[in-house]
Design a protein. Structure first.
Length: 145
């Protein structure tokens, strides 16, 4: 199995069995984002204890990329710190803007490295970034920066 096939399989697995799907009632911050170019929507809720991310949940409609990206984000940030999230965010944004020219650091990005191929398609980059930007705003809205 080549790397592209493995990455596609990871994205499909997260799309079919999304982690963190369904909005939690108890949350510190919430953000709703829409990708106006394609209509994808996502609501992200984050539960914080200081700078500790206790949980992140999401609900939305859209393509497999945006929905899988939200699932991966949940897996990467649960019980991490907001500082860790910002490191992940910076790395993911760099990857998404690389136009396929950057080899992702799987040690840092985990399953988010699977979106490397998405970076070759500018119209899809917004789909992958949608839940990440919503989580950033949810954290900022919680006032825990």
């Amino acid at each position: 199995m080549n790397l592209d096939s493995l990455y596609q399989e990871i994205i499909l697995d997260h799309y079919k069995k999304p982690l963190g799907s369904g909005l939690q009632d108890n949350f510190s911050g919430e953000a709703f984002h829409v990708n106006t170019s394609c209509g994808d929507e996502v609501t992200v809720r984050v539960l914080l204890d200081g700078n500790q991310i206790l949980n992140m949940t999401h609900e939305g409609v859209g393509c497999s990329i945006s929905r899988a990206s939200a699932s991966v984000l949940h897996a990467l940030t649960k019980e991490e710190t907001t500082e860790t999230f910002h490191v992940l965010l910076d790395n993911f944004v760099d990857l998404m803007h690389s136009q396929g020219k950057v080899v992702p650091d799987e040690e840092v990005l985990g399953d988010a490295a699977a979106f490397a191929g998405v970076s070759k398609y500018p119209a899809r980059v917004k789909c992958a970034l949608l839940p990440w930007m919503a989580m950033k705003d949810a954290i900022e809205g919680a006032g825990n920066e």
